[in-house]
Design a binder for this molecule. Structure first.
Ligand SMILES: [Zn+2]
Length: 393
């Protein structure tokens, strides 16, 4: 048993306890949370840390499978060129297992306890089966950028899901993006997942993605057509990418919309009206890396929606750290309160991935992991550029 205290404890359920004490058992399960009324504890059996204790982080969007592409794709090229580069680097000869292991270990070190991980193959499955420090939800991601029929794509994906199940791992079939999935494939994915499933889709990552749906023009369309995608299967909707495809997705699923860099208020209202289970997932450092632009996060906050965070993969990020994503948000949108940032990084992601029974907040009976934020700016009551993580549990 350990009794742990710090200057502040943020529970992610609304409480901020000055000099609170968290008691955990040997497995990391929380036995008690004590509000000392702001009194610094003095008992000898209490571990006291200078800093702020928060729950373990949830990384709602990652591509562990692409860990070998670190540093290979130049930044700020825009999404169309980025997709072309992904195709060039995905199958380069590399020690992929070593890169996957190193990326996973870095995320453990960075206080991440759960990940929504995108898989296009089974390359990471065996690795994940062999470790348990991080809870993974596996999104088997599908797109129609090949000569394979929708039926063949689903068969391939069902085989992957079968392998996941044999390994005792959780997973669901998921569409890649509005521009890379045909209506028929959307339909097949919807039919293959149970109603309580979790879906993730890259959304409105570049202006050309909306352009493709509003006017059937743009660089993205030109490139993807050169790879064989037939856009005549889509109606020219005249509507944004999100509005054009959301009704292909089961509204009863948890729906993680990833990036949302070019999402406007109308899109937000449309999606929230469509489903009560929309999780707006931001990967700010990846957005800066690819498009050099950030989503308008305060607009989402104003609309009182569910927000979580991802690191994306090493193709579009220099590190895999939820704290670094928080720093980017804090520096660009300093008006967002620190407690909100921590909710993005913990409980909302845990709910999105359905890990919130055990993870995401400091509550008795949960085993969420404890992160200590060092070099916290107590004057401004938020993280600073220098802030760091020490994983306590
Ligand atoms: Zn992604």
């Amino acid at each position: 048993m350990r009794k742990i205290s710090a200057n502040q404890i943020i529970t992610a359920t609304g409480d901020c306890l000055n000099f609170g004490i968290v008691t955990i058992d040997d497995s990391g399960k929380i036995l008690n949370i004590e509000d000392t009324g702001g009194q610094k504890p003095t008992a000898r059996n209490i571990e006291f840390y200078e800093g702020v204790i928060v729950p373990g982080f949830v990384n709602a969007h990652c591509h562990l499978e692409l860990s070998h592409t670190k540093g290979l794709i130049p930044p700020n090229t825009g999404l169309t060129e980025f997709i072309r580069q992904i195709n060039l680097t995905r199958n380069l000869p590399a020690d992929k297992p070593a890169a996957i292991q190193a990326a996973h270990e870095l995320m453990v070190y960075n206080g991440i306890v759960a990940i929504g991980d995108i898989s296009n193959s089974s390359e990471t499955f065996l690795f994940k089966k062999q470790q348990s420090e991080i809870s993974y939800h596996n999104f088997i991601e599908l797109f129609k950028l090949s000569d394979f029929s929708e039926k063949q794509i689903i068969e391939y994906a069902e085989n992957l899901r079968h392998t996941l199940q044999e390994f005792g791992l959780s997973g669901s079939l998921t569409p890649h993006a509005p521009y890379s999935v045909t209506p028929k494939l959307f339909y097949e994915i919807r039919n293959s997942n149970p109603t309580d499933s979790i879906i993730s889709i890259h959304n409105q990552e570049t202006a050309a993605e909306n352009e493709l749906f509003t006017s059937q023009t743009g660089t993205l369309k030109t490139y993807l057509e050169s790879r064989g995608f037939d856009y005549t299967v889509f109606e020219v909707s005249g509507k944004s990418a999100l509005k054009s495809i959301l009704n292909f997705i089961n509204p009863d699923n948890n729906i993680l919309l990833i990036h949302n860099t070019f999402t406007n208020e109308e899109d937000i209202k449309f999606a929230e009206n469509y489903s009560k289970n929309i999780y707006w997932t931001f990967c700010p450092n990846a957005n800066l890396y690819i498009e050099n632009r950030l989503p308008e996060i305060p607009l989402f906050l104003k609309n009182n929606v569910k927000i979580c965070l991802g690191t994306d993969g090493y193709s579009s990020n220099t590190t895999l750290s939820v704290l670094e994503e928080l720093k980017t948000i804090q520096q660009n949108f300093p008006e967002i309160p620190f407690r909100k940032l921590i909710e993005f990084a913990t409980i909302t992601g845990a709910k999105a991935l359905k890990f919130d029974k055990t993870l995401g907040s400091l509550e008795i009976g949960k085993s969420p992991g404890l992160n200590l934020i060092l070099d916290f700016d107590f004057e401004l009551n938020t993280i600073s550029k220098k802030s760091n993580i020490l994983k306590l549990v």
